[in-house]
Design a protein around this ligand. Structure first.
Ligand SMILES: Nc1ccn([C@@H]2O[C@H](COP(=O)(O)OP(=O)(O)OP(=O)(O)O)[C@@H](O)[C@H]2O)c(=O)n1
Ligand SMILES: C[C@](O)(CO)[C@H](O)COP(=O)(O)O
Length: 261
């Protein structure tokens, strides 16, 4: 376990548990990206939403689940000390331990580094983007329940609002792109995080799949194992572009009005 952890892991279980239904849950939160699409500024995970870093919102959203007893934060490579200070300043529930490790060049590499810091006692591992700071706890719990019920990989997903076209990508930005197909929209889903896994399956996926992927579940698909969806939530959207910051602030303002969040 990293030096950047609390001295004694409050939530760590004593040893392996026999049934998946009881398996302790760890959350790996990759937060080491730059946020290029968000524009110039601090690393995306450290940008403030309503005065609090996005990463802290994301960590608290996962720790809101009473099933999550360990959070592994994958910090920007030069940022573990700053991230540890932030976590110390924004207390997690007593039941939740945390560890901070430095990230890698890609999301995939960062997740692998976080996963390596999860002790083997944790039979269920969630992977959650720091860039999805507002995921509701009911979504987190639905993913955990499906993994504990025996699914090796679970993704929260939503139907699409737009029609999607497959194109022949242009060689220069902005050039017209020939459309090659229109997949049947009713069969498509936009997938979110947290994605939940049986730990051994996720470890095997990261050991086996070497090509670039955009999410962890697709690595499990490549192993030939089943991946299932549970309903996602519109507030679990990913903060990617500047307009997403406006939306996130608006969601927080509505939560403050509705329930004093
Ligand atoms: N080397 C990387 C790249 C991404 N991430 C994390 O993966 C999540 C999803 O990535 P994305 O939204 O693409 O974040 P960025 O890579 O920061 O964004 P951009 O592509 O615009 O730079 C984010 O929480 C991000 O911090 C990471 O931990 N390590
Ligand atoms: C994992 C993910 O959030 C699922 O939708 C998404 O694929 C991450 O993509 P990004 O380009 O790294 O943000």
């Amino acid at each position: 376990m990293s030096d950047e952890s609390r001295p004694s892991p409050a939530g760590a279980p004593a040893g392996p548990l026999s049934t998946p239904a009881q398996a302790p849950v760890a959350a790996v939160i990759p937060a080491a990206g730059r946020g290029v699409r968000l524009g110039p500024g601090a690393p995306k995970a450290l940008r403030a939403l309503n005065g609090t870093p996005m990463l802290i919102h994301a960590v608290h959203s996962l720790a809101a689940s009473r099933h999550v007893s360990l959070v592994v934060v994958v910090a920007p490579a030069d940022g573990p000390t700053e991230v540890k200070s932030l976590l110390d300043a924004h207390a997690l529930p007593e039941r939740t331990d945390f560890v901070v490790v430095p990230g890698g060049e890609s999301r995939q590499e960062s997740v692998a580094l976080g996963l390596a810091a999860v002790p083997p006692e944790y039979g269920v591992v969630l992977v959650h983007d720091a860039a999805r700071p507002l995921v509701p706890v009911d979504t987190v719990d639905a993913v955990i329940e499906a993994v504990r019920d025996g699914a090796p990989a679970v993704v929260p997903a939503l139907p699409l609002a737009d029609t999607v076209k497959e194109v022949e990508p242009a060689t220069e930005p902005g050039a017209p792109e020939p459309v090659v197909a229109t997949p049947e929209r009713a069969r498509l889903r936009a997938v979110q995080t947290p994605q939940g896994f049986d730990r051994a399956t996720l470890v095997r996926a990261h050991e086996t799949v070497t090509e670039d992927v955009t999410d962890d579940a697709s690595m499990v698909e490549q192993l030939g194992l089943p991946v299932v969806t549970v309903p996602g939530h519109e507030e679990a959207f990913k903060v990617t572009r500047p307009l997403d910051l406006v939306l996130a602030e608006a969601v927080l303002a509505r939560r403050r009005l509705n329930d004093g969040y």
